[in-house]
Design a protein around this ligand. Sequence first.
Ligand code: 4GX
Length: 251
Amino acid sequence: MYFIALTIFPEMFDLFWNHGIVRRAIEHKKIFPSAVNIRDYTKDRHQVTDDRPYGGGSGMVMKPEPLAAAIRDIARKQSGTKTVLLTPQGQIFNQEMARTLALSEGLILVCGRYEGIDERICDDLIHYEISIGDYVLTGGELAAMVVIDAVTRQIPDVLGGEDAAEMDSFSDGLLEHAQYTRPEIFEGREVPQVLLSGHHREIENWRMESSVMRTLLKRPDLLQKKSLNRQQRDILAKWRHKIEKILDSHK
Ligand code: 4GX
């Protein structure tokens, strides 16, 4: 899959391409990423990419001509690419969108700065407008890296064995279970005994209970949306019973 970030700061991506899962995906030829400088598509002597907004006001707007030239040139060279604009006005990014985007042959990620880009680019050349959350960034570059990271993880064979199991979890609609590593006792707090027992069946049950109850406490909205299986409903019923007994004892 191709990822082409369109940006006036291509160097921002250098560290990102060279670490972790993204780096491994490049080495295994699963992704072909690049950061292209919008300035390379300017035609004036000073390579200007921004200008003052019509109607007045503070800040600058990214000029349409270099962006249009860049998007068209890249889309012509890489057929099948979809164009994504990172913007606070976009649909909030989530795991389902990551899975959908991973099905396309390539993505052009348009990273705006300043007050944004000329609206006529959005109308004609952008397939998806995506926001990574309701907060204001200085530019679209960090948002593009977030999207590339999450989409890369969805490409088949990118995650090795242990990570792959992790995929079940969020796509199952629950939060991950609690994790522990050595030492067995840290500042007086012990690791749950069942995890040291070697009973794989019981460990799986404990982990499911941890997942369900963490989701209930930290993200009840996720539990509400999800369809629960028998085991998951039993876990909630068990804790409802425990809570009711406590309440009864205070009557
Ligand atoms: N999730 N920003 C983009 C400039 C801009 C504004 C409008 C295009 C249209 C952000 C976010 C985000 C700040 C990146 C404004 N470009 N991007 N930038 N949250 O806050 O994606």
